[in-house]
Write a new protein. Sequence first.
Length: 57
Amino acid sequence: MNASTIINDTMSLDEKLAAIDAAMANAQIQANEDAASRGVSAAPLDPADLTMCDSCQ
C-alpha cells in the first residue's frame, strides 16, 4: 500500500486518518473476498504489520 495514493499534504489530520481507516477497511474486505473464493477464512489485518519491514516480522 502506497501512502501517497491515499493521503496528500493538503489534507487535514482528520482527513488523513479517515482515508487510512477506509483503505484498511477496503483491504480487509478484499482479503475476506479472496479467502472466501479459496474456501478459507481470512485473518484480520494487524496495523502493526504495516509499520515494520518484512525481515522484522
